[in-house]
Design a protein around this ligand. Structure first.
Ligand SMILES: *Cc1c(COP(=O)(O)O)cnc(C)c1O
Length: 437
């Protein structure tokens, strides 16, 4: 559920008309709903209420300061993957003591920063990393709180590029080796063994793989609690969202499982996992990114041209894969709707099979292919829904295209939470060598 809806045929974000925002701030434009963000966070938080738990929003999904502040205010902790993200979270008012630091490549500088800021735990992904964290902590005369990321070797049954919990992936330490690693880590004097972590993948649409992984790892967590006194078990993120409520056909839809009736909700997730986790008596962390931010945002784009080739109807828009990379990266589906709805739009006879494409010189620069959409023309605007997670954060300046602006809406208020980048900023830190006359 989200807070983008049609009122009298016009698309609104909460109580603000999307067309009015585009008129004021231009296109392409990311728009986020404060209510959706908060509700998604609270749904998960409340579902897990029977456990001592912290929801740590995965900042990589959407790290805009306005979004991070919204979640920090709601009580969220954060899962971060770089020193830059930690600085952002702090700038947004997040509490480092509720932050966990993931990622396979933490640098010494990042480890030092995180230690100085007092994060809750490093989620270490290899033994050399533990040795490095210990070394940096010794230099700073500190004890570094750590957890080890266990790779449970459970298939998340999601897209290959976002599966992380099998031995084909670079993430974590193999289940069978984890206890030995804790044994050796316990000899490193500047480590404080605090927890155990796992994360099996992203956009999971069934609870089954979570259940399987938790079942497999709980006995390990229990042994580690007894031997090393760990206090938390982080079960990672990965809860999927519904990108395609209409379930239109005609496009590859990798995330759609044939067992769709098992679709994931916080209630189902909690109902299956709480009975497994509660007897452990450990603090439970979860690290959702997409579930919280995915449906909170849209990307609005202007139709520049409609190009009919005899074979295809190309709708050429002013947003591109540099603004929203997911379709190009993962063949992902985003619902596309015009900002203004006409009464007959849902009728097949008023729709036309369309490829919505950006202006970039790459065949991968498309948002959908052969999709039945209401006919649109130059100057109309379209909204790509569910663009709040892994949207703006993956934007690039490819083709010397400036970053779009971002807007946060709350009720009938709308605020620019990131100004549109000016073109001059794009080459401001470049220079021509003096010897290149
Ligand atoms: C990316 C990531 C997450 C968040 O994944 P979502 O699918 O967005 O919930 C959580 N934990 C770790 C370690 C991650 O790398």
């Amino acid at each position: 559920m989200h807070d983008f809806s049609f009122k009298r045929g016009k698309l609104y974000c909460e109580n603000v008309s999307v067309a009015s925002l585009v008129k004021q701030h231009g296109s392409p434009l990311f728009i986020y709903s404060h209510a959706t963000l908060t509700r998604n966070f609270q749904q998960l938080d409340e579902a897990l209420a029977p456990l001592d738990h912290t929801v740590c929003f995965a900042a990589k999904a959407n790290s805009n300061l306005g979004v991070l502040r919204t979640l920090a205010n709601a009580g969220s902790g954060f899962d971060l993957v770089s020193g830059g993200e930690l600085q952002r979270i702090i700038a947004a008012g997040g509490d480092p003591a509720k932050c966990i630091f993931a990622g396979v490549g933490k640098t010494e500088e990042e480890i030092e920063l995180a230690l100085k800021k007092g994060i809750y735990a490093f989620n270490a992904e290899s033994e050399p990393e533990l040795i490095r964290i210990n070394k940096v902590a010794r230099r700073l005369k500190k004890k570094a709180p750590i957890a080890v990321r266990v790779n449970p070797n459970v298939d998340a049954k999601t897209h290959a590029k976002i599966t992380t919990g099998t031995y084909e992936n670079k993430f974590g330490i193999a289940f069978e080796e984890v206890e030995e690693i804790y044994e050796r880590a316990s000899k490193l004097k500047n480590l404080h063994i605090r927890g155990l972590q796992m994360h099996i993948g992203s956009q999971l649409t069934e609870v089954g793989p979570f259940e399987k992984a938790v079942k497999k790892v709980v006995p390990l967590a229990k042994r580690l609690a007894e031997k090393h006194g760990i206090e938390f078990f982080s079960i990672g993120g990965g809860l999927g969202i519904v990108y395609d409520p209409a379930l239109e056909s005609g496009e590859a839809k990798w995330w759609r499982s044939p067992k769709r009736k098992n679709l994931l909700t916080p209630a189902k997730y909690a109902a299956k996992l709480i009975p497994l986790l509660k007897p452990l008596g450990l603090k439970v962390l979860i690290e959702p990114g997409r579930f919280i931010a995915g449906n909170c945002g849209i990307l609005v784009t202007r139709v520049e041209y409609v190009k009919q080739t005899g074979v295809k109807n190309f709708v050429i828009v002013d947003a591109a894969m540099n603004d929203l990379a997911r379709p190009a990266l993962y063949d992902s589906y985003h619902q596309i709707v015009p900002l203004a709805q006409n009464p007959g739009d849902h009728l097949k006879k008023n729709q036309i099979s369309s490829d919505v494409v950006g202006p970039i010189c790459e065949s991968g620069d498309y948002f959908c292919k052969n999709r039945m959409l209401p006919a649109v023309g130059e100057g109309d605007h379209l909204a790509l829904l569910s663009a709040g997670a892994y949207g703006f954060v993956m934007a690039s300046n490819y083709n010397t295209r400036a970053f779009p602006a971002e807007i946060l809406v709350k009720g009938n208020r709308a605020e620019v939470v990131r100004k549109r980048q000016s073109l001059k900023q794009l080459w401001a830190s470049e220079s021509v060598p003096k010897w290149l006359k």
